[in-house]
Write a protein that binds this ligand. Structure first.
Ligand code: C5P
Length: 227
């Protein structure tokens, strides 16, 4: 079974998707980490962002391993480095290239082959897995997402002004929504969850209940010949 969780930055997709996967015993795939890995690799190899052919060749030659809590690029553990602002600010140069999206989408489909998986990103339910059995679009208002990020950073001793967080977030949202291929948007058959007035537990409960119902209906369907 494939469960997709798409949504904008700061909606809490990663931590929710990870926990849903752990609870169900499914594998978890963070597709944003794959775009981050290719971006970091390009920075390290000093490939110009104005050189699409160079970036495409680099993406094709890169070997990304997405383990449960580690991201490995060509045998190098890059788990922490892919989260640095320089990578986040540069991802668009990689994510806007359709050929790179095709390479990563293909790898994502291969990872999902015959596995129960929870995969999160922007285009999982729309373009990569249009036939996924369970699709969610997890969102929250821009104010709420910025506020949560602000609190997170303040608690970890790295305070950044709220307005600055909001401006960066708005820009990333716009870039993610306007991309011609792989744009951020809910699939028509997705369950849209706005978590503004929901606790984390309530979001988890809603997703788990929906997936479990789907698992039951698939099992029932399979065990009832002729249906
Ligand atoms: O999810 P995360 O914030 O790590 O994603 C980083 C960036 O990677 C996104 O802002 C988006 O530009 C890109 N991305 C994408 N398609 C995905 C996942 C991420 O284009 N499936």
């Amino acid at each position: 079974m494939i469960v997709t969780i798409d949504g904008p930055a700061g909606a809490g997709k990663s931590s929710i998707a990870r926990e849903v996967a752990a609870t169900l015993g499914f594998i978890f795939l963070d597709t944003g980490a794959m775009y981050r890995a290719i971006t970091l690799g390009a920075i390290r190899k000093q490939i110009e962002f104005s050189d699409p052919a160079g970036l495409i060749a680099h993406a094709k030659a890169s070997r990304i391993q997405c383990l449960s809590d580690r991201i490995i690029l060509d045998d190098d553990d890059i788990t922490r480095e892919i989260r640095t602002p320089v990578v986040t600010d540069s991802i668009k140069h990689v994510a806007n290239i359709n050929e790179i999206r095709d390479v990563l989408s293909q790898q994502q489909r291969e990872i999902a082959l015959s596995q129960n998986i929870v995969t999160e990103g922007r285009d999982q339910g729309t373009e990569v897995f249009p036939d996924a059995e369970c699709k969610f679009f997890l969102t929250a208002s821009p104010e709420e997402r910025a506020k949560r990020r602000y609190q997170q950073l303040a608690e970890s001793g790295r305070p950044i002004p709220l307005e600055q967080i909001r401006a960066t977030q708005d820009q990333r949202d716009a870039e993610d929504r306007e991309r011609p291929q792989g744009a951020l948007r809910p699939a028509e058959d997705s369950v849209i969850i706005n978590s503004d007035d929901m606790s984390r537990d309530e979001v988890m409960e809603l997703i788990l209940t929906t997936v479990r119902k789907q698992i039951e209906s698939v099992t029932l369907h399979r065990s009832t010949p002729g249906t």
